[in-house]
Design a protein around this ligand. Structure first.
Ligand code: F6R
Length: 610
């Protein structure tokens, strides 16, 4: 959600910043902009509406050499996507330029006050007030103090990077609620919203915390807190490689990430699944194992795809570990009055580890004294750092805006977690072993689903004329129906409703006719017969049905219009396989329409604003 990048050091800043924006573009692509301090001390600023390519074309032959600069890719919150509202924003004197990720909530009041004393604004954004406030404070105090005073004056969230022509060798960066990472390379410093632009240059990073500001020069940096006290920061090592963040010949990141799922799932369970003992070894939970043994209730908080993973987790925990589990949209949890106690543990699930709603829910839970856990993909992200304990997905970078491999790695970890908690309680060795053995087979089974990709592509073509779909599933596959519907909505812009099968007759059935097809997840499991009845009800209303069914189920082919088969596994693990045809179906539905699969309209990865 808005990407910011900055560089100061001996290298030429322009190409580093443009490359950085390319890697951050998944955070937003409404506009892009760059500000460079040239070798002669002049400022070079360019902004363009739309995707990064527009900015690249605009400055292709005229990017000056510069040792320092900032750049931004925007996901619009305040002010429409346009060149005028693109970052960097500046003060009246056009000396201070800054890029921002977050929302300044009191910008209207601040803007009105600043206008009264003569400041002229050139955008509709909340961000611009920051530049004018710094300009105003600079009349009384040096730049760094002016930045502090400005930050004390604003309410809201920010990841912020600032340059000022009067101190042209420095970048100031500050964080409150929006992520900021400082890459410490042999040749200079790169600051960015996440590690994607940094991995190419260094694996040494510093994570800024809320309330901290760093003053970065070409050969040094200093971090202070809002009390103006120096903070000693630990340098962390990142283990993602540049290669993992490349498309490797695939047309889209999304397709690459779908295909990577056997590997990313293997990475999630490797070293953690002790199949012979029917156990899971989760190093990140070692220190809290005793507390988890005593836990009486688990509350899962997450958003979007991660929420659907959590919903599968709820079913797993209750059925196999016997733990009372609730799941809640993180965005709701933070605004109501959740009842939490010492025997309740709150589990956040988040790919990015930066989702503002999930982070706020975790903070609320901590305030109320509950232990917090995280299942997070991005190492070192805020949720990973702020939870008491947790498990990393090890799925590698997920760049496609639509989440795929992160989802199946979340499901894998939830299955491991079920084993862990279940074996602490009543789960038998035999059951533990069964789950562990079946789980270890899933990566190979996923590969079998890919063999059907062309068949799924043909089905997506056949249904490409429909603008509405109903996705239905029961029990473990109900969340998968929701996830399948979300995937086709977000990348193919097709209206789709995900429902539990049994709910169809309570309302959605009214929609069904020959123009409203159903995607039914109808695997051979404990609710198979009930699912078949639901399919019959759709067919009786003239609706077309595409079924995701268990390999070998010939009878279902007679009932529905099209079938996609997946291998048989344990019921609780079915979602790991049933989701894959739905990801592929959504992918090809979008490709057939010529849509930008990795950058769907209005969306951004890592939603760091409310
Ligand atoms: C959908 C998608 C989003 C995210 C949601 C939570 O494909 O990617 O719905 O799942 O924004 O993000 P994380 O998991 O980063 O907290």
């Amino acid at each position: 959600m808005c990407g910011i990048v900055g560089y100061t050091g001996p290298r030429d800043a322009g190409p580093i910043l443009l490359e950085g924006l390319r890697r951050l573009e998944y955070r937003g692509y409404d506009s892009a902009g760059i500000a460079l301090v040239t070798e002669s001390g002049e400022l070079f600023v360019e902004k363009k509406a739309g995707k990064l390519a527009n900015l690249q074309t605009a400055i292709a032959d005229r990017t000056p050499n510069a040792a320092i600069g900032l750049a931004h890719t925007r996901w619009a919150t305040h002010g429409k996507p346009s060149e005028r509202n693109a970052h960097p924003h500046c003060d009246c004197g056009k000396k201070i330029y800054l890029v921002h990720n977050g929302i300044i909530e009191n910008y209207k009041e601040l803007k009105a006050d600043l206008e009264k004393i003569g400041h002229k604004f050139s955008s509709e954004t909340d961000t611009e007030v920051l530049a004018h406030l710094i300009e105003e404070y600079k009349k009384q105090v040096p730049l760094k103090e002016a930045v502090w005073r400005t930050l004390a004056h604003v309410q809201g969230t920010y990841g912020l990077a600032i340059i000022d022509r009067s101190e042209p060798e420095k970048i100031f960066v500050a964080r409150n609620g929006s992520p900021l990472v400082l890459g410490v390379a042999d040749d200079g410093y790169i600051i960015a919203s996440d590690i994607a632009p940094i991995v190419r240059y260094t694996n040494q990073v510093i994570y800024l915390e809320d309330g901290e500001m760093a003053e970065v020069t070409p050969c040094s940096f200093q971090v202070t807190n809002f009390k103006r006290k120096k903070v000693e920061k630990e340098i962390s090592k990142i283990d993602w490689t540049l290669e993992e963040a490349e498309k490797k010949g695939y047309d889209h990141f999304m397709l690459k990430e779908i295909i990577e799922q056997p590997e990313s799932m293997q990475n999630a369970i490797r070293g953690r699944l002790v199949a012979k003992e029917g156990m899971a070894k989760l190093g990140g939970l070692r220190d809290v194992a005793d507390h988890l043994r005593e836990m009486k209730r688990l509350v899962i908080v997450s958003c979007g795809t991660s929420y659907y993973a959590g919903l599968v987790g709820k079913y797993m925990f209750e059925e196999y570990a016997g733990i009372r589990t609730e799941i809640e949209y993180a965005s709701e949890f933070r605004y109501r009055k959740p009842i939490l106690d010492k025997e309740t543990v709150v589990l956040a699930i988040s790919q990015s580890g930066e989702t503002a709603d999930t982070l706020a829910a975790i903070r609320e839970a901590k305030n109320k004294g509950a232990m917090t856990l995280g299942i997070v993909n991005v190492v070192g992200s805020t949720i990973a750092r702020e939870t008491d304990a947790g498990v990393y997905n090890h799925a590698g970078p997920e760049i496609g805006v639509a989440s795929t491999k992160a989802f199946t790695s979340q499901l894998s970890i939830l299955a491991l977690f079920t084993l862990f908690l279940g074996r602490q309680r009543d789960m038998s060795f035999v059951m533990g072993k069964r789950i562990a053995e079946e789980l270890s087979k899933v990566p190979e089974q996923m590969k079998k689903v890919f063999k059907d990709s062309q068949h799924i592509k043909r089905i997506s073509k056949k249904y490409s004329g429909f603008s509405d779909f109903l996705y239905l599933g029961r029990k473990y596959n109900y969340p998968i129906a929701m996830e399948g519907a979300l995937k086709i909505k977000e990348i193919a812009y097709v209206h789709a409703e995900g429902y539990p099968f049994g709910e169809m007759k309570h309302g959605p059935i009214a929609l069904i006719d020959e123009n409203f097809p159903t995607v039914a997840i109808a695997t051979r499991d404990s609710v198979y017969e009930k699912t078949l009845s639901g399919i019959q009800e759709s067919k009786a209303r003239g609706g077309k049905v595409v079924a995701v069914a268990t390999a070998g189920d010939k009878s279902i082919a007679k009932l529905v219009d099209d079938v996609i088969y997946i291998p048989k596994t344990l019921e609780m693990l079915t979602p790991l396989l049933s989701v894959i045809p739905l990801q592929i179906f959504a992918y090809y539905s979008a490709v057939q329409k010529g849509l930008d699969v990795d950058r769907p309209r209005n969306l951004a990865k890592s939603v760091t604003v409310e």
